[in-house]
Write a protein that binds this ligand. Sequence first.
Ligand SMILES: [Zn+2]
Length: 265
Amino acid sequence: MNVTDYWFCDSCGERIEKAEDGWVEWITYTDKKGKYKARNFRLVHHQRGCQFNEKEEFKKDGGTVSDLPLKSFLGIDGLTYLLSKIAINEIPTVEVLEMIKRLHILGYEASKRHFDRALRMGIIEQNNYPGYYSQNQIKTVLDMKWPEDFSKVRTKKPSLNLKKGFTVDDLCQLLSSCDDIEGNHIIWVDHDGNLNITLLPNKFTPAGWDNSMKGKIKFRYETLVAGNGYVGFEAAKDKKYIKELYKDLKNDWKKNRTGFIDYRE
Ligand SMILES: [Zn+2]
């Protein structure tokens, strides 16, 4: 089990590498009934730009910033302090519970961003109250070695061309830039030798999509059904699969094949 020795900043999304760099903050305000309340209980970097802007928060509802170093919330005393926050009932309970999970449940902070995806992929099952996972489930999710940030991965889409040539690693990068969960994908090559992996739009069947491309496609392979790991970071780990795909692409280009190639030998 990976022990969580870093956290993610609720403001910038980047890692908080050391407890000393972390800051817990929330806004206290008086509601319309004159009751003392709090909102936005969060964990951020202890630096300008990540912490609340006091003027802006005051403008919203006359709220003032309360804050403490992350260290005050760690360890048994930190947990006790967080429990007392629930007892006092100023900060919404769900926000305090989430902070307790993040700071005190082993592996939760490192894995929490991946639970939705893991559930949709069927890697883990929802067998507890949503948002609450066993150590076994957390371990399973952490063992997946997810890309740190899917949106960042997806922007690095290399353009590959069979005429100019590319490496197995380039193909690996292109595959991992796709998201297997988003939908079915089609691998195809145009007449200039450009290799594409296209997310099949929902409104189209593969043949319908092919027609809509109006002859742009030189050849295409069978549709890669979502959730099978044919594209995405999981596919990129399967070196044998990538090498075979690489060989097929080169051969089919060399043999000047056209149209739908149903079965890749
Ligand atoms: Zn930050």
